[in-house]
Design a protein around this ligand. Structure first.
Ligand code: FES
Length: 68
């Protein structure tokens, strides 16, 4: 059975990705990340996109989706 990767939408913050994953740009080039957990920016304000750098807090990013 394939390993499952879980993506969690953090309230007012990034997508938290736990599990085996490769993050690539539109040309297929891979970002350097060897961690089993990565936080992907969804506020657009990170200085280290596509990764979250905590800027969402300063920007007052607001989003708290719920499933179902
Ligand atoms: S979600 Fe954290 S900097 Fe954008």
């Amino acid at each position: 059975m394939a390993e499952t990767t879980k993506i969690t939408t953090l309230d007012n913050g990034p997508f938290l990705v736990k599990g085996s994953v490769i993050v690539a740009d539109a040309e297929g080039n891979q970002f350097d990340s060897k961690s089993e957990t990565v936080a992907l920016c969804r506020c657009g304000g990170s200085g280290t996109r596509p990764f979250c750098d905590g800027s969402h807090t300063k920007l007052g990013f607001s989003s708290a989706e719920r499933a179902g």
